[in-house]
Write a protein that binds this ligand. Structure first.
Ligand code: FE2
Length: 440
């Protein structure tokens, strides 16, 4: 199946819409990087599919490797980050951009460099030509004003470029609903910036907007093509598609590590611990599809945890400038955030925290007071919703900090992964389904 058709199916068939314009933007896939589809009922129709010469996602990848030196060295082989840590490099530059000042000269240089074609050396997949800012200038010092200004200029370019893309999509397929996917859709700042300036009324970005969604897209396309009578399931799409683990697997994982005690746990107890200032590693039921932890493989804490950002960045060994995101009760979102985008259940849009909430959301506010919320409705995950609701009742803040449960590597999947990761991390408690694990 064509790569962009799979992206489009992953976005549309998991959306709440009966019709939509679909926009796909990524670095490359089956020789195209930009597609527009029109969807009505169960039918998708391709409107435009092309390879744009100004390949913004590819340029980001090149800048990660060539300028910010985000390269993992393993043995003698040097592999670009994109093959080892999909999507984490551009996410870091997006975070750094909030620190950068506006600099017209740097913006001009970005615009000049991005117009050079990116050429890959197939032997090493290094970005030899193009995909480089100012001839490979070293920007790896993320505390330097220049590195931050380059990140800001790149983000600015990306915001503006996506506005054009969304407006073009609206011209070709003028519907009110927009489904948006492709690796570029992980840039939640650009997504929100462009969507709020587009003619579209509603936005949906799937939890697996990047290539993680291709398998689901192929499966959904095959399902709907297999029977003309196929209809969408009566219950909305859930991102918790991973396998569940049995109680004996959980018990074996706990037994594998020394000095752990266990007790029963429910949402009320988790909320109590979080409200008391504890950091809780959460492992419940099936894991989330896509790159974001949405409460099943998450570290949870108060949204106003003192020194929360720096503490958690140290615990997870992340870069100093990276922010954390909250889960917020959907019906309280407008109180806390400016410009709420309705379907933001998967941490793929961005909004600004209102001034009167910034102190109470201190651990999840970025330096420019933006945040990337998971807006939760009760039916989407009743247990996680209850935790946030109870924390809100106890503390007055109907939001909690949510970050992925991992240490540099992939998000934990099995109970054994969870216990191993917990043993390496300075967090207070671990929840394994209905078992609360604590260091004795
Ligand atoms: Fe893709």
């Amino acid at each position: 199946m064509n790569h962009h058709v799979a992206h489009a199916c992953s976005a549309y068939f998991t959306s709440p819409f009966d019709n939509a314009t679909i926009l796909i933007v990524d670095a490359r896939g089956d020789d195209v990087n930009f597609s527009i589809f029109f969807a009505q009922g169960m039918q998708l129709q391709k409107v435009v599919s092309l390879s744009r010469p100004l390949n913004t996602p590819m340029f980001w990848e090149g800048v990660c490797v060539n300028n910010f030196k985000m390269i993992r060295k393993e043995g003698s082989e040097i592999a670009p980050w994109s093959h080892m840590y999909p999507s984490t490099g551009p996410g870091k530059i997006m975070a750094l951009a909030a620190y950068g000042r506006e600099d017209p000269d740097i913006r001009r240089q970005i615009y000049a460099d991005i117009s050079l074609p990116v050429v890959l050396d197939n032997m090493t997949e290094q970005y030899r030509f193009g995909g480089t800012y100012n001839w490979g200038q070293d920007l790896s010092d993320t505390r330097s004003a220049e590195s931050q200004a380059v990140a800001a200029a790149l983000q600015h370019w990306t915001n503006e470029d996506l506005i054009s893309a969304m407006r073009l999509a609206a011209k070709f397929a003028p519907l009110e609903n927009l489904c948006y996917a492709g690796g570029r859709a992980l840039n939640c700042i650009a997504t929100s910036h462009a969507f709020t300036r587009s003619p579209f009324k509603r936005l949906y970005v799937p939890p697996f907007a990047n290539d993680a969604g291709i398998a689901a897209g192929v499966a959904l396309a095959a399902y709907y093509a297999s029977s003309p009578a196929a209809r969408r399931p009566p219950t909305p799409f859930s991102p918790y598609t991973g396998p569940r683990y049995r109680r004996d697997e959980i018990d074996a994982a706990v037994a594998s590590a020394p000095g752990l005690s266990t007790a029963p746990v429910d949402a009320a107890r988790v909320a109590e611990l979080i409200a008391a200032g504890k950091i809780v590693a959460m492992f419940r039921q099936g894991s989330e599809a896509g790159p974001r932890a949405l409460g099943h493989r998450s570290l949870l804490a108060r949204a106003d945890l003192p020194g929360g950002r720096d503490r958690l960045n140290a615990i997870k060994r992340r870069e100093w400038y990276r922010p954390f995101a909250p889960i917020i009760l959907r019906e309280r979102a407008e109180e806390i955030l400016e410009q709420v985008i309705d379907e933001s259940a998967y941490m793929n849009t961005s909004a600004t925290i209102r001034p009167e909430w910034r102190e109470r959301m201190s651990a999840v506010a970025h330096v420019d007071f933006t945040t990337r919320p998971q807006l939760i409705r009760r039916h989407q995950e009743p247990y996680v919703y209850e935790i946030v609701e109870r924390v809100g009742a106890a503390t007055g803040v109907p939001a909690i900090l949510n970050t992925s449960f991992n240490l540099q590597g992939p998000i934990v999947e099995t109970p054994k992964d969870a216990v191993d990761c917990f043993m390496c991390m300075a967090v207070d408690h671990l929840v394994l389904d209905d078992v609360l694990v604590t260091r004795a």
